[in-house]
Design a protein around this ligand. Structure first.
Ligand SMILES: Nc1ncnc2c1ncn2[C@@H]1O[C@H](COP(=O)(O)OP(=O)(O)OP(=O)(O)O)[C@@H](O)[C@H]1O
Length: 312
C-alpha cells in the first residue's frame, strides 16, 4: 500500500547556512499515529513545515497521499491538515465563520452538517458565534484543530499539541485523534514529551540535530532498546563490591544497602542465576529483590546521546 507520506532524502539549509535537516528518509503508513520525538531545535517543525508547504525544501522529495508537495502543491495541501503551535487567525471573526472560510480556502463544497459535527466534537458548538478574540487560550486551541480539520484532510499534523494545554483539552484531543484514526486519517504529531509518544503512538521516529536516529514500532522500540534492572535489597550494608564481581554490570547504592544489576532484555542469558550464585559464595545475602524495565525516556536519552558522535 502506498504510504500516506513518503519523504526521500529531504534536506533543509536555512538562509543563515544552518543545516536543519540532513537527508531524512521516512515513510508514514496510512492510518497510523506517528510520533516524531526530539529535543528542542532537532528539526521537527522544519520537517512538518516542509510537508505542509510552508517551508521550501533545499533538496529531496515529499509525496503526500500520492501528490508531490512541490509539483502538485494544491492537491497535496488539500489532503493535509495542520494544527500549528501558534494561533494565526482572524481574531475578529466568529468561530463559525472561521471554520467555514477555512474549508472554502481548500476548495471544498459547503457542508454545514460536517462543520457542526466537528465543532460539537471539539466542544465548540456553543461558542460558534463568539469572536476568536474573546475565547480562552484552550478554546483558541480547539479552533485551531477545527480549522485544520475543516476540509476533511486524510493526513493531520499536530505540532506540539499538548504544550501548555490543560488536562481536559489534552484528554479531548487524544480522544479525537483516536476517532480520526478509526476513520482512516493518518496522524503525525511532534512532541518532546516522551509520555505523549508512549501513550499515543503506533510508531515513533526520533530526530536529533536534523537526523532521523531511529524509526520503529513503539512496542518493538521499547523491547529492542529496553533494559532491565534487578535491584537486590541487602540484609546488611556492603562496604564495597568484591573484586571478583567487579566485571559484572553491578552497582552499589550510595547507602550501601542495595545492589543494582543491569541486563539486556534481548539476550538469552540474563546472567541472573550466575549472579545470585556468586553473591551466595561471597556471603552476600539479600532480603528482597525486584526488577524494573527502562522507560521510553531512558531509551530516548540513550539514543540522542548515541547519535551525538556522528551518523548511525
Ligand atoms: N528561519 C530559520 N532560519 C534559520 N534557522 C532556523 C530557522 N527556523 C529554524 N531554524 C533552526 O533550525 C533548527 C531546527 O528548528 P525546528 O523549529 O525545526 O526545531 P524543532 O525540533 O521543531 O524544535 P522546537 O521543539 O523547539 O520547535 C533550530 O536550530 C532552529 O534555530
Amino acid at each position: 500500500m502506498q504510504p500516506a507520506v513518503s519523504i526521500q532524502q529531504l534536506e533543509k539549509t536555512y538562509a543563515s547556512g544552518f543545516r536543519a535537516l540532513k537527508s531524512v528518509d521516512l515513510d508514514i503508513r496510512r492510518g497510523e499515529i506517528f510520533a516524531l520525538l526530539g529535543p528542542n531545535g532537532a528539526g521537527k517543525t522544519t520537517l512538518i513545515s516542509i510537508v505542509c508547504g510552508i517551508v521550501t525544501p533545499s533538496g529531496g522529495r515529499v509525496v503526500a497521499d500520492g501528490h508531490d508537495i512541490v509539483r502538485d502543491y494544491r492537491a497535496a495541501r488539500q489532503k493535509i491538515g495542520l494544527v500549528p503551535q501558534e494561533l494565526s487567525t482572524d481574531a475578529f471573526e466568529s468561530v463559525w465563520a472561521t471554520v467555514r472560510f477555512s474549508r472554502g480556502l481548500y476548495g471544498r463544497p459547503r457542508d454545514d452538517a460536517y462543520l457542526e459535527g466537528l465543532l460539537r466534537d471539539l466542544s465548540l458548538w456553543d461558542k460558534r458565534d463568539s469572536k476568536i478574540l474573546a475565547l480562552s487560550g484552550g478554546m483558541k486551541r480547539r479552533v485551531l484543530i477545527a480549522k485544520a480539520l475543516s476540509h476533511e484532510p486524510t493526513i493531520l499534523f499536530l505540532d506540539e499539541p499538548t504544550a501548555g494545554v490543560d488536562v481536559e483539552l489534552r484528554h479531548d484531543m487524544w480522544q479525537m485523534v483516536r476517532r480520526l484514526r478509526e476513520r482512516g486519517v493518518t496522524v503525525i504529531l511532534t512532541t518532546h514529551y516522551i509520555e505523549e509518544a508512549e501513550d499515543m503512538a503506533d510508531r515513533i521516529g526520533v530526530i536529533n540535530k536534523g537526523e532521523l536516529v531511529v524509526v520503529e514500532d513503539k512496542d518493538v522500540l521499547m523491547r529492542r532498546l529496553g533494559r532491565k534492572q534487578l535491584t537486590l535489597a541487602l540484609q546488611a550494608p556492603l562496604e564495597r563490591i568484591p573484586d571478583e564481581l567487579s566485571g559484572l554490570p553491578l552497582e552499589l547504592s550510595g547507602d550501601h544497602l542495595s545492589l543494582v544489576y543491569t541486563f539486556d532484555t534481548q539476550t538469552e542469558e540474563t546472567g541472573i542465576a550466575d549472579l545470585l550464585r556468586r553473591l551466595g559464595t561471597h556471603g552476600i545475602d539479600f532480603r528482597d529483590l525486584n526488577s524494573s524495565e527502562s522507560s521510553l525516556e531512558e531509551i530516548f536519552v540513550g539514543l540522542v546521546h548515541g547519535s551525538e558522535g556522528g551518523r548511525r
